[in-house]
Design a protein around this ligand. Sequence first.
Ligand code: CA
Length: 224
Amino acid sequence: MVRILIVEDEPGIALALEDDLKLEGYEVEVAGDGETAGRRAREQAFDLILLDVMLPRKDGFEVCRELRRAGLRTPILMLTAKTQEAEKVLGLELGADDYLTKPYSRRELRARIKALLRRAAPEAPALYRFGDIEVDFARCELRRAGTPVELTTLEFKLLGAFIRHRGRVLGRDQLLDEVWGQGTFITDRVVDNQVANLRRKIEPVQAEPRYLRSVRGLGYRFDG
Ligand code: CA
């Protein structure tokens, strides 16, 4: 399911957006201020962030700048009440992917969201390199410093999910959905075991994972 973070401090607007997007089939969370938005965006893997500019505690520009500095690649659609060209340009320069000026039509918003999601649809590249590792997804082969390493199909799928979402925290629930498939009933322990297996094959030092890091209380993040 596509997850969208709505960052909007006016409850009426936030609620209308939430209803509309839920009707479209998206899973939605609302953050009412800039600080909460920045925190939630880092804690959870959202597919898109709708970011209002005028926000309490921290404005949308600041939130956008911080998230991009932290390496987050989630598409950001800025919602601005300001009509000055300079403001729009600033948002894009800070790393927003698109902007809409209020008032906008629901139809336009839906179209922009769809376009951004299409553009961002994560695909694992056919060949991916990190450190001394080369992953060939087309042939299902992994080489470490040129030497082939055996990976199970599941480990390949897991690594593929991490690479598609590199730099983002993936919770065990999301890994379950993406790797095992929705509706599969296995425990978090199974996910952890598979991650441990994968680490044994890709990490130079087991005790101090460099690529596949644990994010306490949240899940894992691939930084390769
Ligand atoms: Ca506002």
